[in-house]
Design a protein around this ligand. Structure first.
Ligand code: FMN
Length: 149
């Protein structure tokens, strides 16, 4: 059983809803799940955390949601060694934004990898255009993902 910190990036609540759903469904399976939307606190908590699940949408033209920008800024600035960290990525986006589809999830994925963290499994990219139920797709993915931890 794993201790999982879900870091949420959201503007209008979809990614937060997905994270809350994962918490509700993974906890009864014996996992200890914490959901964090505060990007500043997230940056502080990464040290000493073993498993992170990034769950973020993309906004603007490929930009990170405002609440998770402080995490990106803190990591890009301090460049801590994250080699003790394993992580997964759930990226919410919309294929209508062809050039920047799921760019925030991809950006954080690349940054965590650059800092030495080890990604577990493939990144999940959820397209709002074709998937009206992101929580269901995320949950199916997460049930497999936790078996890889
Ligand atoms: C103003 C705006 C800009 C967006 N820009 C992008 C984008 O560049 N790339 C992308 O993949 N999705 C983009 N999206 C789609 C959102 O990522 C998608 O709707 C997501 O489900 C929103 O999740 P949230 O409620 O957690 O913020 C955009 C949505 C809006 C409303």
């Amino acid at each position: 059983m794993a201790e999982i910190l879900i870091l949420v990036g959201t503007e209008s609540g979809n990614a937060a809803m997905v994270a809350d759903c994962l918490k509700d469904e993974l906890a009864p399976l014996g996992h200890e799940v914490r959901v964090l939307e505060d990007g500043r606190e997230a940056a502080e908590r990464l040290t000493g955390t073993g498993i992170v699940l990034i769950c973020t949408s993309t906004h603007g033209s490929g930009e990170l949601p405002d609440n998770i920008i402080p995490l990106h800024e803190a990591l890009s600035g301090a460049r801590p060694d994250l080699s003790g960290l394993r992580y997964g990525v759930i990226a919410l986006g919309d294929q209508t934004y062809r050039d920047t589809f799921c760019n925030a999830g991809r950006t954080l994925d690349a940054l965590f990898a650059e800092l030495g963290a080890q990604r577990v499994g493939e990144r999940l990219e959820i397209d709002a255009c074709t998937q009206p139920l992101p929580d269901e797709e995320a949950l199916a993915w997460a049930k497999d993902w936790v078996t890889l931890l």
